[in-house]
Design a protein around this ligand. Structure first.
Ligand SMILES: *Cc1c(COP(=O)(O)O)cnc(C)c1O
Length: 360
């Protein structure tokens, strides 16, 4: 049976990428080795890592004034490593709180710094991005932290905040590579790979070189951006197989027309599902303000929550997998990352229509 995987992460990967990895599993390019078995310092793996970085730079248009790091520790790790690497002699970090992942970043940062929540969407249960002119930024902040796509609440920035000379730091874990962005507007971009870029284990950090002199002395070497930049992300063993798969995903994205090409498809996929939700006259609903809705993670509820179990069970029977919402918010969530084909979204909408007809 054909299945469509709506998991929020680790998540669906392009079939072509998985097939290629399968073909190359036992013998990568005549090396006689699997990528998993290679020394990270050997010429084969160095070529793989260099190509992955070059392709990522091409996709995102990353300038030479930025370092690209392939690290471990995940975005949750970066919640600690960002303050360690960026505080310098400053005391305050500004945060915009748009939901569950912002809250986690704030909680972690409080261990290292004073936190100022410059704006929050909590007053409306995190269903919107607070407008820039409502943010109460501190003049002396080390940086301003935003989560540009809230994976659980389904809230996405469709604009780039201007915060003046203070560096803007963004957790882009769940929508990196889903659309073109202007990297030069950010001091730091970080993302765990397992949502939209590859397998778990790889953490991507893109950092403006001019910010590399601010690390606290206690910063662990494996997570010290400057030390890692000087060592080409090989101060410790990088997550080699994850870097390899992410590299195949970057190649795949370039073949799809790059980020402009994939964005068009992502817009069409999201529109298909949101239009259906909004037209279901309340049987299903998505609570997020229209202009802030995520293209990647679409949470929705059934008006009658007692039908939740039957909905998930029926979906599973049709090969529509992992639709149960995050435990903190309940309901359903469809994550429709780059690798989800529009046929998957159409199959979901067809099922939802039928379910509404027999239960509405
Ligand atoms: C999944 C996710 C994280 C957590 O990433 P880990 O790799 O588990 O550390 C952090 N932020 C956002 C926005 C996420 O979607």
């Amino acid at each position: 049976m054909q299945v469509f995987n709506f998991s929020a992460g680790p998540a669906v990967l392009p079939k072509e990428v998985l097939q290629r990895a399968a073909d190359e599993m036992l013998d990568w390019h005549g090396s006689g080795m699997s990528v998993m078995e290679m020394s990270h310092r050997g010429p084969e793996f160095i070529a793989i890592a260099d190509k992955a970085e070059a392709d990522l730079r091409r996709l995102l248009g990353i300038g030479d004034d930025y370092e690209v790091l392939f690290l471990q520790g995940g975005a949750v790790g970066e919640n600690a490593f960002v303050p360690m690497n960026l505080l310098g002699d400053r005391k305050v970090i500004d945060f915009v709180n748009t939901g569950e992942w912002s809250k986690k970043s704030i909680k972690e940062a409080k261990k290292y710094a004073q936190v100022n929540v410059a704006a929050s969407g909590e007053d409306k249960r995190f269903t919107y991005v607070p407008a820039r002119d409502t943010w109460k930024l501190s003049p002396d902040a080390a940086y301003v932290h935003v989560c540009t796509n809230e994976t659980i609440g389904g809230v996405e920035y469709h604009w780039t905040p201007d915060v003046g000379v203070v560096p803007l730091v963004a957790d882009m874990s769940s929508h990196i590579l889903s659309r073109p962005i202007d990297v030069s507007k950010y001091g730091v971009i970080y993302a765990g790979a397992q949502k939209n870029a590859g397998p778990a284990g790889l953490t991507i950090v893109i950092v403006r070189k001019a910010l590399l002199d601010r690390a606290l002395p206690i910063t662990p070497s494996a997570f010290h951006w400057k030390e890692q930049a000087e060592a080409d992300s090989m101060l410790n063993t990088p997550p080699t197989y994850s870097v390899y798969i992410a590299g195949l995903v970057f190649e795949w994205l370039l073949a799809q027309g790059g980020l402009k090409g994939i964005e068009q498809r992502n817009v069409a996929k999201a529109k298909l599902l949101y239009d259906y939700l909004d037209g279901s006259s309340g049987f299903y609903f998505n609570p997020v303000r229209k202009e802030d809705r995520s293209r990647m993670n679409i949470p929705f509820k059934l008006r009658d929550e007692s039908l939740d179990g039957a909905f998930v069970k029926g979906a599973q029977a049709r090969g529509l997998l992992q639709l149960k919402g995050h435990r903190s918010v309940g309901g359903m969530r469809a994550s429709i990352y780059n690798a989800m084909p529009i046929e998957g979204v159409q199959a979901l909408v067809d099922y939802m229509r039928e379910f509404e007809r027999s239960n509405g």
